[in-house]
Design a protein around this ligand. Structure first.
Ligand code: BMA
Length: 309
């Protein structure tokens, strides 16, 4: 048993949740969820995954001065590409963007989705007006990629999530140029008997802390007729992030509220991005029930402690 230090979850929900719903999107659409998050020139930006009425996702930008009240732009900034080689592999949409500031560029890993299955694609921007696709950077069957914000041993590093049908764990891969990735190995496994027993995947890009790389990830546990998506966190070695050094036993947030329990996919909390404030407050943005965007906060130290204790 864990002594109750928090009401239920480490993440404290914003009372005004959800922060963005379909009603905030200036064009007709089905749902809005799973947003990349970043602070840019004193603004909080969310790169929203918006699912159209046709059932394909695109990306739309939302801006805020306080991190709670967002204004959504009129037009998507990225729709499934009409140009090769992306067009074939984005036919069913672009999903789940994760943004990493690396030097003076913002890199965006996202899922290119087609009849061949999901694969990881990479885009970049410097101004959040012009977005440039760089390359498709995995085979099909891989998604949930997050880029580390600096090179380690002279290589770019990412967590990714290849699925084989037998298992879906978090892997780590390396690249000299962001395009060719290899030397892949398992970094953290789904955990039988726990809330993250069936599959896991990276959520927000890793945060560098004194104790290690902090990764907020999602874990799935199935039961008859339903799967529950929760978020947890883990720490990886700073010099060798393939080494898991701490993992919280319990989730940091689980579906409880009506907007997390009800929607297109019930009982889902899924993140693609957090914002770390100068005072070490973590602002977590998450998709709830694949239907709206919510947020919650906590202190960075609480997440680190939960991995170690
Ligand atoms: C995952 C991804 C997410 C989605 C989640 C719950 O596999 O597709 O985009 O939020 O399932 O449906």
């Amino acid at each position: 048993m864990h002594t109750r230090k928090y009401p239920q979850d480490i993440i404290k929900r914003f009372r005004g949740n959800p922060v963005i719903t379909v009603d905030d999107i200036p064009f007709t659409c089905n749902t809005v969820f799973n947003a990349g998050a970043v602070k840019y020139q004193d603004q909080y930006l969310l790169l929203l995954r918006v699912e159209t009425l046709e059932g394909k996702s695109c990306f739309v930008l939302a801006r805020s001065v306080d991190g709670y009240n967002f204004e959504v732009e009129k037009e998507p900034v990225m729709v499934p590409s009409p140009e090769e080689p992306f067009s074939i592999y984005e036919k069913r949409g672009v999903e789940d963007p994760r943004i990493t500031l690396f030097g003076d560029k913002y890199y965006i890993f996202y899922t290119a989705y087609s009849k061949y299955g999901p694969r990881i694609a990479l885009a970049e921007t410097t101004d959040f007006k012009n977005f440039k696709r760089i390359a498709l950077v995995s085979q099909p069957g891989n998604k949930d990629a997050v880029l580390f914000p600096r090179k380690i041993n002279d290589l770019f590093v990412r967590f990714d999530r290849p699925s084989t049908g037998l298992s879906s764990h978090i892997w780590i891969s390396y690249s000299p140029d962001l395009i060719y990735w290899g030397n892949s190995k398992v970094a953290m496994e789904a955990r039988p008997g726990f809330w993250d027993s069936d599959k896991i995947g990276a959520g927000a890009p890793p945060i560098e802390t004194e104790k290690g790389w902090l990764e907020i990830y999602h874990g799935v546990k199935g039961s008859i007729g339903n799967k529950v998506y929760r978020l947890g966190c883990a720490l990886f070695d700073l010099d060798d992030p393939s080494k898991l050094i701490g993992r919280a036993e319990i989730p940091i947030i689980s579906p409880r509220e009506i907007y997390e329990r009800t929607g297109d996919v019930p009982n889902v909390i899924f993140t693609c991005g957090v914002i770390l404030e100068d005072n070490d407050e973590v602002k977590l943005y998450y998709g709830a029930a694949d239907t709206c965007i919510c947020m919650g906060t906590c202190q960075l130290q609480d997440l680190i402690d939960s991995c170690i204790s």
